[in-house]
Ligand binder design. Structure first.
Ligand code: NAP
Length: 523
């Protein structure tokens, strides 16, 4: 039997009982490691994190905790090669795709370490005092005080590294202990990173814990004042929202779920223009990066009526050239989906989209490099088209079904109002991107879409070489979208700390307010 990964809970490494679940190589199907947390006492683990971890963290100030984030960066950098090796084996990703997860995690942590180093205090001020009496002898000061519970992270399979650290950075900086439950199928990388950081003794005991395996009992062990941050499918999120601790408001919860993200070619960006090239390049990249397993990936491509065929021709050419297969082969540009189950799911999703859209590039029978199609979880890039604006309006699956793989649909729009209504058929999304060269039209459209998107990524030729990518989540910008995307809010610089704090008004004399030891939350 392969190695059984241990859990870190209640301040010690603990093996779960039983054989556990096998994690596999999605190219060969070989078993790699096993995980289980059966038999581990959840109440003790949660209490230890809350009491031992929480009080030790709160004894430090923001700047001291920021220094520990910097220490975490150092440990992760020192072990980076091992993480790439695990990602190749367990996620089947090519090196540049593994980097999005691993280096993205390290970069995000480093940013919070830098931003936090400027905060010299134990609580945060929210605005200036407001006078409650004539002359200001009695005033109201709003403060953000660090939450007293623990933060439970239930994470998705597609970002085992970044998914942990993009949440842990603001939580730990806020003084809130973290307990992470990674998605089982790719838990190895998360477990290894936590093991490296714990074993290096960076954080006080109880600040960072990990439980690998199924979710049973986790929500039942939450207590009032704890925080829950979930990333995964909308279906699982719906279940969690109904849990009494979440439904009755005892536990504050953040949900990051699935999203039908759009790319919109503006009317001025005709085929042959730089903006057109930027869009087709970005769509092809978004479809193939991490085999389309990014919550922010472009799923729907909206183009002006009359440019559909040119768009399909350009995209088909780009996608046909992508070599798919074993990430260990240097020729391969796109690796596997994370597991054969995901492969079945994506093929089923392609079948569902094919009931209403035309299959232009079918990745289901793509010739694989160094991989056996009967075993490997590989699907080639797959492109659909809806031929007319009426077809784009009539489509249902295309606007509602997130096929979590290298799959996108191109559709024409009549005018900007129609384009915006198609974007909004996604029901709220993480990100939409715009491509054009008319600043006024781009700004107006960005603002129009802002109410239904967590982020609007605007690409004009002037930013071609400096833009950060439609799907890349930068810690400086908000991550999380309204409606179907879960309604969550993460990152966005130090704004992320707000979730891990509670706001209160303190009404007192100025000489009391002056002693709060709180610092302004920077913009
Ligand atoms: P998932 O099946 O919903 O699983 C997500 C997490 O929830 C896993 O850790 C899973 O544990 C756990 N879980 C499953 N059932 C549960 C239950 N009844 N109670 C508590 N936890 C439960 O999602 P996934 O397949 O891992 O991830 C893919 C989805 O995540 C996609 O839809 C993608 O769009 C979305 N995603 C969103 C974002 C974002 O930021 N918005 C980021 C990444 C991914 P097990 O693995 O042990 O089953």
């Amino acid at each position: 039997m392969t190695e059984l990964l241990e859990n870190y809970a209640a301040g010690r490494w603990q093996a779960g009982a039983g054989a556990g679940a096998a994690l596999r190589d999605p190219i060969t199907g070989a078993e790699l490691v096993r995980v289980t947390r059966d038999g581990i006492d959840l109440s003790t683990a949660f209490d230890y994190a809350r009491k031992t971890g929480g009080s030790a963290l709160r004894a430090l100030g923001y700047a001291e905790r920021a220094a520990l984030l910097a220490g975490t960066v150092g440990v992760l950098k020192a072990n980076r090669d091992a993480y790439f090796d695990i990602a190749t084996r367990n996620a089947g990703t090519v090196r540049k795709d593994s980097a999005i997860d691993i280096d993205g995690a390290i970069y995000t942590l480093a940013q919070y370490a830098k931003w936090g180093s400027t905060l010299d205090g134990h609580a945060l001020l929210d605005g200036a005092p407001a006078a409650l009496s004539k002359g200001g002898g009695f005033a109201s000061q709003h403060v953000w005080a660090p939450a007293r519970g623990l933060a439970l992270f239930i994470n998705a399979f597609n970002f085992p590294a970044w998914g942990l650290w993009e949440k842990a950075a603001p939580a730990l900086l806020s003084g809130v202990p973290v307990l992470v439950k990674p998605a089982t199928v790719t838990a190895w990388l998360t477990q290894r990173m936590v093991a490296d950081v714990v074993n290096a003794g960076v954080w006080p005991q109880g600040a960072l814990s990990i439980l690998c395996g199924g979710p049973a009992g986790l929500l039942d062990t939450l207590a009032p004042g704890d925080l829950l941050s979930f990333t995964g499918s909308g279906d699982t999120a719906r279940l969690l929202r109904q849990h009494p601790m979440v439904a009755n408001g005892s536990v504050r919860a953040n949900f990051e779920t699935d999203s039908l993200n759009a790319a919109l070619l503006m009317p001025d960006a005709r085929p042959g223009t730089p903006a057109f090239d930027l869009m087709t390049h970005e769509v092809a990249r978004e479809m193939t990066q991490k085999s389309g397993q990014k919550c922010t990936a472009i799923r729907r491509v909206l183009v002006p009526e009359g440019t559909l065929d040119a768009t399909l021709a350009e995209l088909s050419g780009r996608l046909a050239a992508v070599e798919v297969g074993n990430p260990r082969n240097d020729r391969v540009q796109m690796g596997a989906l994370v597991a054969r189950r995901q492969y079945e799911d994506v093929r089923q999703g392609i079948g569902a989209l094919a009931t209403e859209a035309e299959l232009v590039v079918d990745g289901r029978n793509k010739r694989l490099v160094d991989a056996d199609p009967r075993v490997a979880a590989c699907v080639g890039p797959t492109l659909f088209a809806l031929r007319s604006p009426a077809a784009a309006d009539a489509a249902r699956e295309v606007h509602a079904r997130e096929v979590f793989g290298p799959v996108a649909t191109v559709m024409p729009y009549r005018n900007m109002a129609h384009a915006q209504s198609l974007v909004q058929r996604g029901g709220g999304a993480l990100v939409a991107s715009l491509y054009g060269d008319d600043p006024k039209a781009l700004a107006a459209t960005a603002l129009e879409l802002a109410q239904s998107q967590g982020r609007v990524h605007v690409i004009s030729p002037a930013v071609a070489n400096v833009q950060t990518g439609h799907g890349n989540v930068m810690p400086q910008s908000l991550h999380g979208g309204p409606g179907r995307a879960g309604g969550g809010q993460e990152l966005g610089g130090l704004r992320a700390l707000v979730f891990y704090h509670r706001r209160a008004a303190i009404q007192a004399a100025p000489e009391v307010l002056n002693q709060l030891g709180a610092v302004p939350l920077p913009e």
